[in-house]
Structure formats: C-alpha cells, structure tokens
Ligand binder design. Structure first.
Ligand SMILES: NC(=O)c1ccc[n+]([C@@H]2O[C@H](COP(=O)([O-])OP(=O)(O)OC[C@H]3O[C@@H](n4cnc5c(N)ncnc54)[C@H](O)[C@@H]3O)[C@@H](O)[C@H]2O)c1
Length: 357
C-alpha cells in the first residue's frame, strides 16, 4: 500500500511545459523544479542560446515544434502548461495564417492529445490583450473580449475551444496574463516596462512611442509563474473552464505613468514622449478581483521590478552593444533567424543555433 502511495506521489509531480525556454517559461521551469516537480520542457529552441544568466534546465527537454507533438511526449505528465507560440501582437502580424496555425490549431491539437492521454489539468497562457480596446472601463472576465490583432484573436479562439473541450476528466484553465515585466534568463526587452527601463538605464532617455495615454495592466514574471503554479494546484471544481485575469490593480497604469515610475528609479533620466499625436488604440484596464477571491495575489510592484532589472544590468555590465542582440526582441529574432537560414518561412527551426543571430 505504502509503495503504491509513493508511486502515486511520484507520478503526480511530472508537468509538461511548452515554451519552457522562453521569457516566462524559463522562470516557471525553475519555480516548478524548486517546488519539487519534474518538468518535461517542450520547445522548438528559438531562444535556446539567449541566456543572460544560465537557465535551469528542465528535467527532460524535448526539442520540438508544437505542431509536431505526439502522445509519447506527454507520457506520465499530470498537467500541461501551454506557453509556446507566437507571443505578442507584432509577431502575430508577421503571417496571420501561421499565427492561426501555431497559436490556435496546434494548441487545440495539443489539448486533444492531452485529453486523450487522460492528463486532467491544462493551463493556457492567454492574455489581457484579448480585451483590446475597452476604453476607460475596468474590465472583468464577464465582459466581452474585443481582440484587435491576429495574436489576440488566436488567444480568444483557443480559449473558446478549451471551454468547449472541458469534461469530467479534462480541466482547462485560462490565464489572461497582463503584460509581463522583470528579469528572466531569456530576457525580453520588447515589453513596455523592460523596454523603458533598458533605455532609461543605457541612454538616460525613457522614450514613449505613443502619446503615453493607453492603459496597460502589468505583471511581474515571477508573479506570472506563481499564478500558473497556484492554478495548477487549485481544486478542479474551483477553476475548471474558468478564465482568470492575472495581475494586480495597482499595476494598471497608463504608459506615461509607467515611464514616470522608471524615471523615479533611474536618477537623471528624462522622459521623452515621441509622438503626442500617435494613439495606440489598444487600451484596457483590468480587474483582478476574481483571482484574488480565489486566494492568489500578485506581489511585485513596477518599481521593484525596475529596481531589480537595473541592479542586474549594473552587475552584468550590460551596455548598448549588448542591448542590440536580436535575442532580446521577439520579432527581430524571428526575422534574423530567417535571414540566417535557421528558420523556414513557415517558422520552423531548420538548424541548431551555432552563431550569434
Ligand atoms: N510576455 C508577456 O507579456 C505575455 C503576456 C500575456 C501572455 N503571454 C503568453 O505567454 C506565453 C509565453 O510568453 P513569453 O513572453 O514567455 O514568450 P517567448 O516568446 O519568450 O517564449 C515562447 C517560447 O515558445 C517557443 N516556441 C515558439 N513557437 C514554437 C513552436 N511552434 N513550437 C515549439 N516551441 C515554440 C519559443 O522557442 C520560446 O521559447 C505566450 O503564449 C504568450 O502569448 C505573454
């Protein structure tokens, strides 16, 4: 009996994480492993070499495109956390059909494989950008989504399909993550807080490209990882087929206000509003009451995340030359990989990365 229980406990600990070598995935993999889980990482390896600090390897790493996943890849897993795919609006516009194929079709196929394999919990990394242009109203999960881009549309389609697939033995949970910020081994500098911080730190200029008025919810990458773990462990009846906005009310900010927060940390830096006349139509203020009522709260303020980033930049002597590396910018990296012949025009990896791209 005791041996059986042990086997059960052991089996419970194996989690598949797609996109585990990405910005969020690198932090989440470490968090899960440190919490005692085994992680089966599935990633095409597009950012494999992008490591400002070494990332903690998954227990098992499968180098594969999510379009090619098979049942055996998920063998013995108790949950799937699905992060892989085209991960922001500009990248989603590169080829809208491929955004549909990778973010929606391959995602649904993965969920079907998981369901057939009797893997009960399936967590999907959706986005608050599904709310699109919701104006000054604070939106909740009950409000209508209003996706404005191919990326956001693919997230909404995937959410709907997962809700449809939910059953007694299949518990999909949707995390509508706010825009993430903060340090990760696979650093992304194309996210608003990180971008403003890197520019302020390197050049003393905090450049806001729009008129700075759009509202954005923000979420630290460690909080994001913790929310995945919380919802993975939450009772099924509390979370099945539910969408949760992930973030905190205090981090709902207008972009010009984020710039002011960065300026407070970086002494002597200047805010430059590049275009008083350019309005970004994507603006949304989000309620996080639902996840807080479920018992989880984000901890990191924007100020703490900026301070932490600046400390790491200082410690590592991060300079303007380093910041040019395509690996820190999602769309630029894909384009550079294609130009170098490392990625096909269907966004499949052709070869291993042996040079700096
Ligand atoms: N970063 C944010 O602000 C944010 C906010 C909301 C939602 N999300 C979502 O969270 C997820 C992770 O975001 P991220 O910032 O870590 O992105 P990322 O681009 O840093 O990581 C994505 C990972 O997926 C892998 N990948 C991409 N296409 C693949 C494919 N076809 N097959 C296998 N692997 C593939 C990449 O190699 C990469 O390691 C994405 O689904 C994104 O849409 C991110």
């Amino acid at each position: 009996m005791a041996a059986k229980e042990n086997l059960g406990a052991e089996r419970k600990r194996k989690i598949a994480v797609t996109g585990n070598q990405g910005y969020i995935g690198s932090v989440l993999t470490r968090l899960l492993i440190e919490a005692g889980y085994k992680v089966v990482g599935i990633d095409a390896g597009i950012f494999e070499d992008v490591q400002m600090v070494p990332r903690l390897p998954a227990t098992v790493q499968i180098k594969k495109d999510i379009r090619d996943i098979e049942k055996d890849d998920l063998a013995g897993c108790e949950a799937v956390i699905h992060l892989a795919g085209l991960s922001n609006d500009p990248l989603g516009e590169l080829d809208q059909q491929l955004t549909y194929d990778i973010n929606f079709k391959a995602g649904v196929r993965l969920a079907e494989i998981a369901k057939k394999a009797k893997i009960e919990r399936f967590l999907f990394s959706s986005s608050c950008s599904t709310y699109g242009a919701s104006g000054p109203k604070v939106v909740t999960e009950k409000d209508k989504v209003n996706p404005r881009t191919a990326y956001a549309k693919s997230k909404v389609m995937m959410e709907k399909e997962l809700v449809r697939m939910a059953s007694h033995g299949f518990v999909p949970v949707i995390l509508r993550n706010a825009t993430v910020f903060g340090f990760s081994p696979r650093l992304r500098l194309d996210l608003v807080v990180n971008d403003l911080t890197a520019n302020g730190y390197l050049n003393g200029r905090i450049e806001v490209l729009s008129d700075g008025t759009p509202w954005r919810p923000n979420l630290h990458v460690m909080d994001c990882a913790k929310a995945f773990m919380f919802l993975m462990e939450a009772p099924a009846e509390q979370v099945c087929r539910e969408a949760f906005n992930i973030g905190q009310a205090a981090n709902n900010r207008q972009v010009r206000d984020i710039a002011a927060k960065v300026q407070q940390v970086i002494a002597g830096s200047k805010i430059i509003i590049k275009s008083e006349s350019t309005r970004d139509e994507r603006t949304y203020r989000v309620s996080f009451d639902k996840i807080e009522q479920a018992g989880w709260q984000a901890k990191w303020s924007i100020n703490q995340g900026v301070q932490d980033l600046v400390q790491i930049f200082r410690k590592r002597g991060f300079d303007n030359e380093d910041s040019k590396f395509n690996g820190y910018y999602t769309l630029r990296r894909y384009r550079a990989m294609m130009q170098a012949g490392l990625m096909s025009n269907t966004l499949r990896m052709i070869d291993d990365i042996k040079v700096k791209v």
